[in-house]
Design a protein around this ligand. Sequence first.
Ligand SMILES: [Zn+2]
Length: 632
Amino acid sequence: MPQAVDPRRVAEHGSEVMRLVDEIFPLVEGFYVDLHRNPELSYQEHRTSRAVAEWLSRAGYEVTTGVGGTGVVGVLRNGEGPTVLLRCDMDALPLEEQTGLPYASTARGTAADGQEVPIMHACGHDAHTACLVGAADLLAGSRDRWSGTLMVVAQPGQETLDGAEAMLADGLYERFGRPDIALAQRVGPQPAGMIAHRAGVILGMSSTVRVRVFGSTGHGGFQPQTGVDPVVIAASIVTRLQTIVAREVNPSEMAVLTVGVLRAGVRSDLVPSEAYLEINTRCLNERVADRLHAAIERVVRAEAAASAAPRDPEVTVVRASGLTRNDAEQTRALTAAHRAYFGDAYVIDLPEPFTVGEDFGVFGLPGDPDPVPYVLWLIGSTPHEVWAAAPGTTPFDKLASVPGSHSSHFAPDREPTLRAGLAALTIAALTYLGRSAGPGRATSGLARNGRSFTLDEGESTQNTDMRALLDDDEGESTQNTDMRALLDDDEGESTQNTDMRALLDDDEGESTQNTDMRALLDDDEGESTQNTDMRALLDDDEGESTQNTDMRALLDDDEDESTQHTDMAELLRDPPPPPRGPTQGTETGPSSSFRPPSGPAFSAPPPSGPPVDAPPPPPGTQPHQDEPPHHY
Ligand SMILES: [Zn+2]
């Protein structure tokens, strides 16, 4: 079992490592926007995996591509210590994006069944990937703060729920080593920037069952008695399947059964020869899953027999994901580290699992005599205004009604989601790799190499950001605000200031920032995809920097004790404002009154975290609850 470092020490490491975040955040954000705009279907993640491989090799990882199809593995060996696997998924969904975002996808592609389909990152895999490469870079740049081996895994085919298996079957652990712990995060429906943990089962089981029922063709108008109508058989199956959850599953169990596909026929007066159905099931334990599958098969065969079908139906379970069952002890360790870093108000315990299909648990080798412990957590992605406006009187109503993943309107609140994801993954890795002592100054691998990240089409994402910064005189870009704050803040000891000043002062040297800036200015013909996005940001200013808004919200909220919530329901009812803006000093961050009365100093809210000399977390912090009882 991997040994977790003291959470306060992790928060210290994290604060130091995350000082670099401002250096790479525009790159991570640009990468995210680029991935969002260029989604790829399962096992077709060629462009995405190339970009991931490039990030990782620039950051100093030994990179192998083509693992389990289009999977990428990056290994960074840094002395004695545990091996920590960090995983993201890269594939998108066959869905037409309707978010209206300036960087919305218009991509189309060919699905496995040969159909041309629209493609959209509607499940946050773009955010997972951007956060993973960003965290990988931050960790590579701060090697003197940790020791051990990082194993970064970018998985193909998560939506098909078999990409993890494909990587393992391709010798993932034999070729690259067996991890001591596997970690992953995915976006969740809670307010943006809020982290949700759950010891034990966090995500349920999922399966898709494909059914073909056969009839015999005939003239539906002239001689209907001569055929066997598979449309009628299919209709009876659909109706009868509804009774499985209602009448065959114990009411104390959770189960979902949905017929999402029903196809048959080409003309109103022709009895077709077959009908096709796809059924999706969700539940929280193996026994219920077995029961659902057995009942589906029984109903399908019985309905076909009842209609004297000429051939037995085909029933195939085409994809199934097991439970995502977090290691309880390691979940507690990570929750403690995230609380120490982000503050209690930003970390909640999920009271119930979600019935979302996920194959990350496969990396834990379920069923193996010596399984690999793993933990997956959720990064809140719902914009706070969407959360506030969502119908429902309880937080749980809201959780159900905000546009979730697999919706064509799914639009994570970009900056707080990415910042929280970047920090949460980095802190999680340091929980196992962080040294119990020892300082060190972190530097970004990408920046060290003196170049901005360049996408395939030669579009530097850095370009855009920097151009926006330089061009924007009238607007209220949050970046500008931050930068100005950095430059104006003379008496403060913001480490960022030092960095920025160093950058600006460094004339003879090769400041990477300068280089980037020059690249930006030179690059006139390019159409960085980021441009649009940044312009949108800048155009959108009725003078309301989001940072400002946040600050005002914080200042207005002084008499309340909003940060003291430990109860999830309360937190969700009155979520803290999303973490935004790289600089969290007194000029641009929340007011000093934004702190739990007995909690850690909160001058630096997430994801910059508490200052390095943060006092221990509040004594009143609730121990993490173990998996709540389920009646299996
Ligand atoms: Zn998904």
